[in-house]
Design a protein around this ligand. Structure first.
Ligand code: MF3
Ligand code: CO
Length: 286
């Protein structure tokens, strides 16, 4: 049995009466649950800022959806993303993030995520590609990705893309106010494995909004009732990466970014940014 060290994330505000939320958080953390820090609970104003960022982010993905086609380079997708984002007064969050050289991640077939757009990489008939777009508007971050199918995609890859989209939906529905981050991963893992697929372990969803990557880490596998308590006002992504074969991945040593499946089989991913409300998750990147 692992001993649970109590983490006192929730601090009371000096000289102010305890709110109902304070009492609930203090009780939970006293009983060994991991609660968020106060800073992870976004104010209504911050949520509106993230929502506005999400509107631009969705506009980018809608533009990509219109333009993407066989024969196009992933660098051309990057250009669309960069220009649309700039034209809307925003900044592509990936650009120069920890040295990432482009404005968007483009991940084809066995590339799991963090693919770097290139002039030399051309979309082919039968490819599946994840386009992962993240936007900073007025300092607020949003993050979402979609899969696109190029031409005639095999039924096997089609099914992977569809089941991965279901995983995102099922993960979203599993997230309840005052539930746990682990509830999300548990639901996603169950659905993926039931369909004969595996869940990538090494990359997870994340808190987002005031920074690109905040707490909590939102893994797409795990156990119910574990991890951080989900409190209304928390904003985070769910972004399951589901592999057709085994879950193991590696990073391309040439660019130190591109994540690929070990077994060379395809991988798919869908992502939204969500805010927890009193009745469940609301999507901020529609
Ligand atoms: N959207 C990715 C995520 O959810 C971020 C990739 S941007 C990169 O974390 F710059 F880190 F590649
Ligand atoms: Co993300």
């Amino acid at each position: 049995m692992l001993s649970r060290r109590k983490i006192h994330n929730w601090r009371i505000l000096k000289g102010q009466p305890l709110t109902e939320l304070d009492k609930r958080m203090l009780y939970l953390q006293e009983h060994g649950h991991l609660v968020p820090t106060r800073e992870l609970i976004k104010t209504p104003e911050q949520i509106e800022g993230i929502r506005r960022s999400g509107v631009v982010n969705t506009g980018v993905l809608d533009l990509v959806a219109q333009e993407i086609k066989e024969g196009m380079s992933t660098a051309a997708i990057d250009k669309l993303v960069y220009e649309y984002t700039k034209d809307h007064g925003a900044i592509p969050a990936p650009l120069n993030y920890e040295g990432f050289p482009k404005s968007v991640c483009t991940s084809i077939n066995e590339v799991v995520c963090h693919g770097i757009p290139s002039e030399k990489e051309i979309l082919r008939d039968g490819d599946i590609i994840n386009v992962d777009v993240s936007t900073i508007l007025d300092g607020y971050y949003s993050d979402a990705s979609r899969m696109f199918m190029i031409g005639n995609v095999s039924p096997e890859k089609r099914r992977l893309v569809e089941v991965t989209k279901e995983c995102l939906q099922i993960g979203m529905e599993a997230a309840k106010p005052f539930g746990y981050v682990g509830d999300i991963g548990h639901a996603i893992q169950k659905h993926a494995e039931k369909n004969g697929y595996s869940v990538v372990r090494d990359l997870c969803g994340h808190g987002v909004g005031l920074e690109f990557h905040e707490e909590p880490e939102v893994c797409h596998f795990g156990r119910k009732g574990t991890g951080m308590v989900l409190v209304p006002g928390m904003v985070f992504t769910i972004e399951p990466m589901i592999n057709m074969g085994r879950y193991q991945v590696y990073i391309d040593a040439d660019d130190n970014w591109t994540v690929l499946t070990d077994d060379g089989l395809p991988s798919a991913q869908w992502e939204h940014t969500f805010v927890m409300t009193d009745s469940g998750l609301e999507i901020l990147t529609y």
